[in-house]
Design a protein around this ligand. Structure first.
Ligand SMILES: [Zn+2]
Length: 156
């Protein structure tokens, strides 16, 4: 997430009392000094209406107004290339996974490439070598069984 969004989120969290800072006023002033005036003005307009200026995107839905967020907007957020506004409620959008303390069980990440399991066929050379090793074994017929010493009873 880019710094601008992080500053906005932190600013909002402090101003809405979601996190406690030791020196909240100083932190707010510092954050506000880092955020570009135009963005800050838009944020303040929303806050003045009693809304939050920044809303998380969860499951491709803006948590501020519960409207669907276009995938292009989410992609931009994922790539951190630009900040995005919700088309419906005008809040600044951020992806919820970083700021959400809950387990990221349903982070809607579009898979560009579905992982496909490519199975290689097993090596079939074993079958071939087995038939080759069957060599003709006719050696036994020669030389053996000629002079078998029979057991003679010894008479004394
Ligand atoms: Zn919205």
């Amino acid at each position: 997430m880019n710094d601008l969004l992080q500053n906005l989120i932190k600013l909002q969290a402090i101003e809405f009392g979601q996190i406690k800072e030791k020196n909240a006023a100083a932190t707010v002033a510092e954050l506000r000094s880092k955020i570009p005036p135009q963005i800050l003005a838009h944020y303040d307009r929303l806050v003045a209406k009693g809304k939050k200026g920044v809303a998380a995107v969860r499951n491709q839905v803006c948590t501020g107004c519960h409207m669907h967020v276009p995938i292009g907007v989410i992609t931009t957020l994922m790539h951190d290339t630009d900040i995005q506004l919700c088309d419906s409620c005008g809040r600044y959008l951020y992806l919820s996974e970083a700021a959400d303390t809950k387990a990221p069980e349903e982070t809607a990440k579009p898979n560009p490439k579905p992982a496909r399991k490519a199975r290689k066929p097993k090596n079939s050379s074993q079958l071939v070598s087995a038939s080759v090793s069957m060599m003709p074994l006719a050696v036994n017929e020669l030389g053996l069984g000629k002079g078998q010493p029979g057991l003679r009873p010894i008479s004394g």
